[in-house]
Write a protein that binds this ligand. Structure first.
Ligand SMILES: CC(C)(COP(=O)(O)OP(=O)(O)OC[C@H]1O[C@@H](n2cnc3c(N)ncnc32)[C@H](O)[C@@H]1OP(=O)(O)O)[C@@H](O)C(=O)NCCC(=O)NCCS
Length: 331
């Protein structure tokens, strides 16, 4: 039998930098309740959301993803040509094929980079981060650009009382690269396809073409809430255990920005000490799915609430149902 050469990677990987980009249109709850029987008070109390960012004229999924990516590349002190793989996590790219990642790689100036899209909804960034870490450690890539970008406003039915006020747009990006110490803990991830009906798209492309209805997101809010506050709470605790840490070792908690009440329940379950800084970007940004974790990390870092070198617990969860989380060292 012929012996094949194996690729040799870095012993460890870490996040070298984070970037983010937000659309410029700010919509408060008063705007949303024009279309649904609801109120600013109810939305704030049930979700924590005060306002959200939606695409303005001239802004696109692509423009947000590129802006976040450029910031992350620059902050890593790299040129685009130093980055050899691009993983884009999104459910908002309305082309079955080709994927958007190769186009982004080309526009960024990456040269012959591996580039593909990942569909893992609100767990998308943490899914892609796990893959990036594995690629760097396996020697399949040296620097990986991970992007989570969504324009869920384009998949929102303004008249759906169960979803209209939740979803939003944005992009976050990270560069993952080699490291002498470990900066990305083991991923805890999985799926439960038996609950695929908990968050759905109201029409697939074929039926949309047949009856002309534009697909929107639908959601069984109670089912998602129940799963997120029970199963996801235990999965989040496992991320800490797998990294060999206890709650006292944590500095920062960045849960997917789905709902402040879900975050509160996770906090109670995990018994995190008071000193732990908790991401709450949902208040001003809504739920921007795969973009929410990197945007929240960037927001905590740029506002000074979190610092480089601190230990952060990430968890993403959403349609599929799917989830992924890991402990990381902040760049
Ligand atoms: C969507 C969500 C906020 C709805 O809150 P809820 O408390 O579960 O709402 P329910 O459907 O149980 O309805 C409770 C009451 O609020 C009312 N209600 C529902 N939607 C409403 C709205 N938009 N505005 C005002 N009242 C509303 C219902 O009519 C019901 O009234 P009743 O008690 O008089 O019958 C909540 O289920 C949720 O956040 N789920 C998780 C969703 C999520 O995180 N998704 C993203 C995952 S990636």
């Amino acid at each position: 039998m012929t012996t094949l050469k194996a690729s040799v990677g870095s012993p460890y990987a870490r996040i070298l930098s984070i970037g983010s980009a937000l659309p410029s249109r700010v919509l408060d709850n008063e705007y949303m309740v024009q279309f649904i029987d609801s109120s600013d008070e109810w939305i704030q109390q049930r979700t924590g959301i005060r306002e959200r960012r939606w695409l303005a004229e001239g802004e696109t999924l692509e423009s947000l993803a590129l802006a976040a990516a450029r910031q992350a590349i620059e902050r890593a002190g790299l040129q685009a040509s130093d980055v050899d793989a691009l993983l884009l996590s999104t459910v908002s790219h309305f082309h079955q094929t080709p994927a958007l990642a190769p186009k982004l790689a080309d526009e960024l100036g990456m040269v012959d980079a591996a580039a593909y899209d990942i569909s893992a909804a609100c767990a998308g960034f943490c899914y892609a981060l796990a893959q990036a870490e594995a690629l760097v450690r396996a020697g399949s890539a040296r620097h990986v650009l991970v992007i989570g970008a969504e324009t869920l406003s384009q998949l929102t039915d303004l008249h759906d009382r169960g979803t209209a006020f939740i979803f939003a747009d944005g992009a976050g990006a990270a560069i993952v690269g080699p490291s002498e110490t470990n900066g990305i803990g083991p991923v805890v991830w999985g799926s439960d396809g038996s609950q695929a009906g908990a968050i759905w798209q109201t029409a697939d492309w074929q039926s949309a073409v047949a009856d002309g209805s534009w697909p929107a997101l639908g959601m069984d809010g109670r089912a998602v809430f129940k799963w997120a506050t029970s199963f996801i709470a235990t999965a989040t605790a496992r991320c800490l255990e797998e990294a060999g840490l206890t709650p006292d070792d944590l500095d920062v908690f960045v849960p997917h920005q789905a709902n402040n009440r879900i975050t509160d329940t996770l906090l109670r379950y995990l018994k995190l000490p008071e000193k732990v800084v908790v991401a709450r970007t949902i208040q001003g940004l809504g739920n921007n799915s795969a973009a929410s974790v990197p945007i929240a990390m960037d927001s905590l870092l740029t506002s000074g609430q979190a610092k480089s070198g601190q230990t952060a617990l990430l968890i993403g969860f959403g349609a599929g149902l799917v989830y992924a989380g890991q402990v990381v060292t902040l760049p």
